[in-house]
Write a protein that binds this ligand. Sequence first.
Ligand code: PLP
Length: 407
Amino acid sequence: MGCESTAGLSRRGARLAGKPPFAEYIVEHFARSGAADYVALCIAENNLLTDLVLPRLAAEGDPPARVLGYDAMVGAQEFREQLARFMAQRFLGRRFAAEQIAVLAGAGTVLEDLFYALADPGDAVLVPTPSYAGFWADLETRNELNIVPVHRGCEDGFRLTTERLDAALAGSTQPVRALLFTNPDNPLGKVATAAEITAVLDWAEARGIHVVCDEIYALSVFGATPFTSVASLRPRLGDRVHVVWAFSKDFGASGLRCGLVVSENEALIRTVDGLAYWGAVSGHTQWLLGRMIADDAWVDRFCAELRRRLGSTYRLVSEALADAGIPHVPAEAGIFVVCDLREHMSERTWDAEHALWKGILDEANVNLTPGAACRTGEPGFLRLCYAAEPLERALDGVARVGRLLRG
Ligand SMILES: Cc1ncc(COP(=O)(O)O)c(C=O)c1O
């Protein structure tokens, strides 16, 4: 007899059907999107350069007929060569072979397939927090891995220390297979120095743990610390260090679903190749993006403009936050800031943080990302994404939150 509550689904299907597919802040976002008064400061999207990207894509006109046919599922050879050249010049600091690159439908798909290859169900992966909220879905849903948070605290500016890594490793009840390290950081907007990255690599190497470096914000750097890719620090990445990047953030093209992994681990790339059929990128999209990144003069202008617009938007948002009396962790990259709203909670609990987030949403109609979604170690640190909405609207959202909090 089938069980009615699972509607005839498999054990796995029923488990997923019983869970909300999205966090509450995202459900609220979709419910309110389009409403005149609603300000979405919760979504890590960069719409600041749409006026540059859209015309560049449109300028290509008709694609060649070959984009209609099957091609390598990890990306057409020509596209992977264009990517190898572009990434070497713009952020990796070193040229990889096209065969060391696998292209898939967005960084999320890349992470899922990569971790399928690196860890078995039940294995653990270390993730420094506060973190990008989506890693939990990427790793735990189908791969059935367990994320072990490495809590960073505000007392030292949320630093990732080897002591914190050691404590998380020692506390894990499952074998830890990898560390997922995001640089530039989401949500902190920090850029790790070469010394900090080296300390993380040395730590992981000594313990035989893979390091997956999510460099999805590599070009979105506007502060004083220059971006250093893990790939530029050593002559070889070896079998245990892998880089992830996507067009989603730096080019504000999350809807095109195009991400990639760079790895020197041949077996890993072969495994990802074996999975790629279910997450391949459309030939048309590869062709369009390949033409765009091969246009050096355009990419030069784009990168300079990206840095300029992100920097000026961040400065205006931080001034608006100061006017609103909201402290935030200073950022130098990315499209978000972490706001410290601890003093506006009735008590230092997750329930109080939820009540604060909901109050801001219901009364100011402004949606922030709750710290709980970023698995922050302490309640009260909410993420504010400032590049998804037009600037005036984002600034109005900050002012409204300030007025509400001041009472
Ligand atoms: C650090 C990080 N990694 C991965 C992703 C997922 O990117 P994609 O849309 O390419 O799947 C995001 C999206 O916010 C992110 O911030």
